[in-house]
Ligand binder design. Structure first.
Ligand code: ADP
Length: 607
């Protein structure tokens, strides 16, 4: 699926169209200064151009329509996925947006006043531009919906917490989820067997404890203010300090701005929030910058230690986002005293680590004797959002029986080698095309043959082209009885040790086949993209239900065949088609892919 990701902030919009299976980008946009006098945008990382738009809504609509217009001709957007920061209690998974969902996002304005209103504005603008595709909300908080109560609850009276929905929600969920999966893939392990601490260190910073695939602790809380020292956000602070500030005369808005914009690395260093500048100044001997780095690293290390305790151990520590991916110094400082828990940094690997999300997403920086793997992983939140949105839509289509497969009934036919063609029709003879078949490159020929069995013969059996490396005669069970041949059920191409027969061409020329007569194993042709959609792999064996009004049937033992040159279609023979009374244009629904017992047996046979 091609998914348009919309990430709309209060004054910016980031958008991209991605392939949900590969993560490949087809186009991207960045719009800045929305709501200011001169908004500007850049498509596909090109030059900035100003947008003539008065107001927030128009700037978003112009930006999104330019993004859609920038797509190559053959790329159409199948769905839009919106990053929504706060899902509150209502959302623990991606959700197709309707009026109720919009209202619920609005109810969460109070929990994320800086983010959710902007996210909803993005949703409304994108609905204007793409009204005919599904829009899905993917929440930053959803990955942390698995936090146990002991991690979720603050020590405040239950009734007050319930009334004001005060609890730990956690953020950066798409990033924590993505890098945990990437780390497990790199370690060639199932994430359900691993305890991973993921450190997202960007402008916003958070840590998560991902135990056996589920988030069980995270450092951001009800809002993204809690936890680590961030670019400008304060992170953990004694609540008594807030009381002191209020008593000192700060009002709520001043306090809000102070905690969100004037603290963190910027507040500690006095030179701004960019870790690169702070590291440079620290190297030149600036005390405040040195201390900023020390406080920052100390806080991360403290969280790593406590999350190892929470999970009763740790298998991997992952660093990601701007600082996590790029600052070897920050990683060195954070990891330098973790040996006691079996996490030993390889200083050279740490210094040399370089990752990018497309070509080199993971770098290992732990030493060989480290029991805990330490990894740098390039995060890709957009890809995770695209995957989650697409998988949700596919699951919905599946559960509503909307994913259908065209079913075609194949009459008896013959595939021939060039040698057999010449044996039947004369030297140098070339098959001639009568009409193309649905599978690309395949065609029915003008030529036919007579298939002769021990009991009887079948005349005018159609030859299908082009020629192949092996002869193959595909007949139904009824044909077998008629001819007197006991042919096995086989996948196409698997003719070894099958019975033979005699073929008669024009002018009485005959060819003796030693083997090649089979009863075709019912199968589905599909492309890798189809396979992704249906959640199956090449050579899986599945069940397909067909309804024909009166003689509905479920076909078990249906073989899946995946190749990029195929076109989605299920092939059954005439006996099977008649049993279900199928007519032209019939469709089937894949109802079960859980055929593992058959799979082993059939795969062996097919191989
Ligand atoms: P955001 O949370 O806005 O997505 P990023 O993940 O891009 O932020 O991270 C931004 C932070 O990463 C900034 O503090 C920046 O200084 C830091 N950063 C980026 N590159 C480097 C680098 N090479 N060395 C140290 N810090 C870096």
């Amino acid at each position: 699926m091609k998914i348009l990701i919309v990430n709309c902030g209060s004054s910016s919009l980031k958008g991209a169209v991605l392939d949900h299976a590969s993560g490949a980008r087809h186009a991207s946009i960045k719009v800045e200064r929305i709501g200011e006098p001169e908004p500007r945008m850049r498509i596909n990382h090109g030059d900035w151009e100003s947008i003539q738009a008065d107001g927030h809504k128009l700037a978003l609509e112009i930006g999104l329509s330019r993004l859609v217009a920038a797509l190559p001709d053959d790329i159409k957007v199948d769905a839009v996925a919106h990053r929504v920061v706060h899902g509150g209690d209502a959302f623990d998974r991606p959700t197709v947006i309707d009026e109720d969902v919009e209202a619920a996002i609005e109810e969460n304005f109070v929990l994320a006043p800086l983010h959710n209103p902007a996210n909803l504005a993005g949703i409304k603008a994108a609905q204007q531009i793409l009204p005919d595709v599904p829009h899905v909300a993917v929440f930053d908080t959803a990955f942390h919906s698995t936090l146990p109560n002991r991690a979720k609850n603050y020590a405040i009276p239950k009734s007050y917490a319930a009334e004001h929905r005060i609890r730990r929600y956690g953020f950066h969920g798409n990033s924590h989820h993505y890098v945990a999966l990437k780390a497990a893939e790199y370690m060639e392990a199932d994430e359900r067997d691993l305890r991973i601490i993921t450190c997202h260190l960007g402008n916003g910073c958070s840590v998560a404890a991902v135990e056996f695939g589920r988030s069980v602790e995270t450092s951001m809380g009800m809002t993204p203010l809690e936890g680590l020292v961030m670019g400008t956000r304060v992170g953990d602070i004694d609540p008594g300090i807030l009381l002191t500030m209020l008593r000192n005369g700060m009002d709520v808005d001043e306090l809000d701005r102070f905690l969100n914009k004037e603290c963190g690395l910027a507040g500690l260093s006095g030179v701004g929030n960019d870790m690169r500048d702070i590291e440079e100044r620290a190297a030149d001997g600036d005390d405040a910058c040195r201390q900023a780095i020390q406080v920052f690293s100390h806080r991360v290390r403290k969280y790593i230690g406590s999350y190892a305790a929470v999970m009763g151990g740790v298998d991997a520590i992952v660093f990601t986002a701007g600082i996590g991916e790029n600052s070897s110094q920050a990683r060195h400082r954070i990891a330098q005293r973790l040996e006691y828990m079996g996490a030993v940094l390889d200083e050279d690997a740490n210094r040399d680590a370089s990752v990018d999300k497309f070509d080199n997403p993971v770098a290992e920086i732990s030493s060989r004797n480290s029991r805990v793997r330490i990894l740098v992983v390039a995060t890709d939140e957009q890809f995770q959002i695209a995957k989650d949105a697409a998988n949700h839509l596919i699951e919905e289509q599946r559960s509503h029986g909307e994913l259908t497969i065209p079913v075609a009934v194949s009459a008896r036919h013959v595939h021939l080698t060039q040698e057999a063609v010449e044996g039947l029709f004369g030297e140098g003879y070339q098959l001639t095309e009568r009409n193309p078949l649905s599978q690309p490159g395949q065609f029915a020929c003008n030529e036919t043959v007579t298939v002769v069995g021990p009991k009887r013969q079948l005349e005018r059996v159609r030859i299908l082209g082009p020629t192949r490396s092996k002869n193959q005669v595909e007949i139904s069970r009824t044909d077998e009885f008629y001819l007197g041949i006991d042919a096995p059920v086989r996948a196409s191409g698997d003719v070894a040790n099958s019975p033979g027969c005699t073929l008669i061409g024009t002018d009485g020329r005959t060819v003796e086949l030693k083997e090649g007569v089979i009863c075709a194993w019912r199968h589905i042709h599909m492309t890798p993209e189809d396979a992704e959609l249906f959640g199956v792999q090449d050579r899986d064996v599945v069940e397909v239900a067909v309804s024909s009004g009166g003689r509905d049937l479920v076909f078990g033992d249906v073989l899946v065949r995946v190749k990029s040159s195929y076109k989605l279609e299920m092939h059954i023979d005439t006996d099977e088609g008649n049993a279900a009374e199928l007519s032209k244009g019939a469709e089937g629904a894949l109802i079960s892919t859980d055929q593992s017992a058959h799979l082993t047996r059939r795969r062996t046979k097919y191989d």
